[in-house]
Design a protein around this ligand. Structure first.
Ligand code: FAD
Length: 193
């Protein structure tokens, strides 16, 4: 099941959250699970709620938690420099790290290397700072058929597997899939002229 079904419900006594805001497990808004655009709406709402001269929220939606960032915010969000990352910036940086790890993975990995990467992915999928992202990623990896288990024998297999993992998130967010035949050009060798 998608993590979206397990997201926290908001407190009904409060104004509905702006679209795109994801709650953390403690019920507070989760910044690393939310786009900066949605976060700005939240801070705007908080300001207007605390301002006596401003009327209260006019939204009639009771939807507490939200679709993920991308479909609700078609224009790319920009974060002021030196500010904490939103779900998108965190994601871009993390994919850069992960695909670069695949790019530098041995062509043929020995047992120790495979074990290290397996351990890394296991902990990564539990500790990723956007918890809804982490939950979905773990669920995808643990597909009962075993078909999504990391392929760690060597660089080509691992890079392809990671590309498929990334495409799974792309699909979930309504983004275009990446053609995995080109993952090495994108992340290792550079594009051919
Ligand atoms: P990104 O998706 O960050 O991609 C960066 C670059 O990678 C692209 O510009 C492209 O050149 C290349 N690329 C794209 N697809 C592939 C691929 N399949 N293989 C190789 N290279 C590729 N965000 C959410 O809102 N909800 C989630 O549930 C969620 N889950 C995530 C789970 C994980 C494990 C990670 C690492 C991130 C997750 N994100 C999630 C963040 C999301 O995937 C994006 O990083 C974010 O939306 C920014 O997207 P982007 O369009 O800038 O490009």
């Amino acid at each position: 099941a998608s993590a979206s079904s397990s997201r926290k419900e908001s407190d009904d006594s409060k104004a509905p959250l702006p679209k795109g805001v994801v709650l953390d497990k403690d019920g507070k808004p989760c910044r690393t699970c939310t786009s900066v655009a949605a976060w700005k709406n939240l801070t705007r709402q908080a300001k207007s709620d605390s301002s006596p001269s401003t009327s209260t929220s006019t939204s009639t939606s009771t939807t507490p938690t939200v679709p993920l960032a991308a479909p609700t915010n078609p224009s790319p969000s920009t974060i002021p420099p030196e500010c904490p990352p939103d779900v998108e910036q965190l994601g871009r940086s993390t994919w850069t790290l992960l695909h670069s790890m695949a790019a530098t993975y041995p062509e043929t990995a020995n047992t120790e290397h495979q074990d290290n990467m397996s351990g890394f992915l296991k902990f990564f999928s539990k500790l990723y700072p956007c918890w809804v992202c982490a939950d979905d990623f773990q669920t995808w990896m643990a597909h009962p058929s075993g078909r999504n288990q990391p392929k760690l024998g060597g660089r080509k297999d691992f890079g392809w597997w990671l590309c498929e993992a990334h495409n799974e998130v792309n699909r979930k967010l309504g983004k275009k899939e990446f053609d995995c035949r080109f993952w090495e050009e994108r992340w290792r060798t550079g594009w051919k002229d």
